[in-house]
Design a protein around this ligand. Sequence first.
Ligand code: 5GP
Length: 115
Amino acid sequence: MAEDTVFGKIVRGEIPARIVYQDEEVTAFHDIAPVAPTHLLIVPNKPIRTLNDATPEDGALLGKLLLTARRLAHELGVAEQGYRLVLNCNPDGGQSVYHLHVHLLAGRKMTWPPG
Ligand code: 5GP
């Protein structure tokens, strides 16, 4: 089990966040410091620390994160124009909150390669 993080507290409703979707498995909310006009975070309710810590048993849950991002992109009206999903892992990947999450970024043209 991962240590508790700010995302665990958001999932449990212990600190405020602009939650756009929640069910028994995943929670999606607006990033507190958006880097694009649309910047959501989609997290498993269960605190997996990093992608390295995910197991084959987490396969359906990981898939659900992507399908939730896909659905939210449609609902937010950004699917056709496009969006980027980002999953940072560990220090060199730029991870700062150690509760696995997918960023959904949209609303501007993304650059490649990332910095
Ligand atoms: P990472 O760098 O780990 O991939 O992304 C963590 C993200 O969480 C960052 O984009 C950061 O702005 C966001 N974040 C950190 N603390 C909070 C918080 O308390 N609330 C929300 N909504 N987002 C947060």
